[in-house]
Design a protein around this ligand. Structure first.
Ligand code: PEP
Ligand code: MN
Length: 338
């Protein structure tokens, strides 16, 4: 950490800042330039993270050198982490291909969609049993009944399943049925929920909040990792933009940026990012070309009857065509689908 002092800082203020650093167990190193004095801090910077150094008179700016997300950072763990969901690997050259409807609706529909996406090469099946909806009057999901259907269909078609958990009190219940726990965009900063999933040993799919910076997102990951669960996959699902032409703004640059900052896998969700079936294939392909470790797509056999997110669902045949294209891009960038 570097503490930059004001131009008008007094000798007494410099001594006070240095003494404060020593009190916190670190070593200050004062450098006096022609115009400005800076204090370099030597030692474990995490000790200073919650100290309000910028509030000390004479301090102009405090510049951290280390990332505040210690466990999620590349510095802490230079090799890419591979997360295993059942027998499916995500990260380190392995692509997680997650597909399924937005919500679990009924057994027959789930079986039809699972059979189709499995045939096209999906390796993880999805469906929400607890749906976080913008309106309290919208379909909220089938709850435990939906979890049972999802688990049974996943087993029947040999795919591990991922489903969203929206409340810390439901974590134990969802863990009984799911192979991976999804934390949605609306809950990216639900710290009680992040802590609770961090206490489980289930892989976690952490979506980016709609207005979250990459640093906010990685700090949320840190909540999970700091509880002992290191199996986190990040998911870029679009952030709020100003243009209603797309549902959200697909931030493809987030993929290489997260890879630069963190060792954790990051996948793309072009369904929620664009909200429009005709835009999904291009964004899915761009995501894999940019280094994504997987693709998360909503698929429905009758979008007009879907209980949730019907307008953005791909038909099974469209998903099959996209998977054919994705395989080519995956081969070009040296990735495989397990
Ligand atoms: C979903 O996956 O259906 C969902 C609600 O996603 P998000 O949290 O990205 O909106
Ligand atoms: Mn959805």
């Amino acid at each position: 950490m570097i503490i930059i002092l004001n131009e008008s800082v007094t000798e007494e203020q410099i001594r006070h800042v240095a003494a404060k650093v020593e009190q916190l167990g670190l070593q200050p190193s004062i450098s006096r330039g022609t115009y400005r004095t800076v204090i370099g801090v030597i030692g474990d910077e995490t000790q200073l993270q919650s100290a309000p150094l910028a509030a000390i008179p004479g301090v102009a700016e405090v510049v951290p050198v280390m990332a505040p997300y210690k466990l999620a950072s590349r510095t802490a763990h230079p090799k890419p982490t591979v997360v295993e969901v059942g027998r499916v690997k995500i990260g380190g050259g392995h692509l997680g291909m997650i597909a399924g409807p937005c919500a679990v609706e009924n057994l027959q529909r789930m079986e039809a969609i699972a059979a189709a996406v499995r045939k096209s090469g999906a390796n993880i099946f999805r469906g929400g049993a607890f749906k976080p909806r913008t309106s309290p009057y919208s379909f909220q999901g089938l709850g435990e009944e939906g979890l049972k259907i999802l688990r049974d269909v996943g087993q029947k078609f040999g795919m591990p399943v991922v489903t969203e958990v929206v409340d810390p009190r439901q974590v134990d219940l969802v863990c009984q049925y799911a192979d991976m726990l999804q934390l949605g965009a609306r809950n990216m900063q639900n710290f009680a929920l992040l802590t609770e999933v961090g206490r489980t040993n289930k892989p976690v799919l952490l979506k980016r909040g709609m207005s979250a910076t990459i640093q906010d997102w990685l700090m949320s990951v840190e909540y999970v990792l700091s509880q002992g669960n290191s199996n986190v996959v990040l998911c870029e699902r679009g952030i709020k933009g100003f243009d209603p032409a797309t549902r959200n703004c697909f931030d493809v640059a987030a993929i290489p940026q997260v890879h630069k900052l963190s060792h954790l896998p990051v996948i793309v969700d072009p369904s929620h990012a664009t909200g429009r079936p005709e835009l999904i294939p291009a964004c899915a392909l761009a995501g894999v070309a940019a280094g994504a470790d997987g693709v998360h797509i909503e698929v429905h056999d009758k979008p007009e009857e879907a209980m949730s997110d019907g307008p953005q669902a791909l038909l099974p045949a469209q998903y099959g065509d996209l998977m054919d294209q994705l395989r080519k891009v995956a081969a070009a960038v040296g990735k495989q689908m397990s």
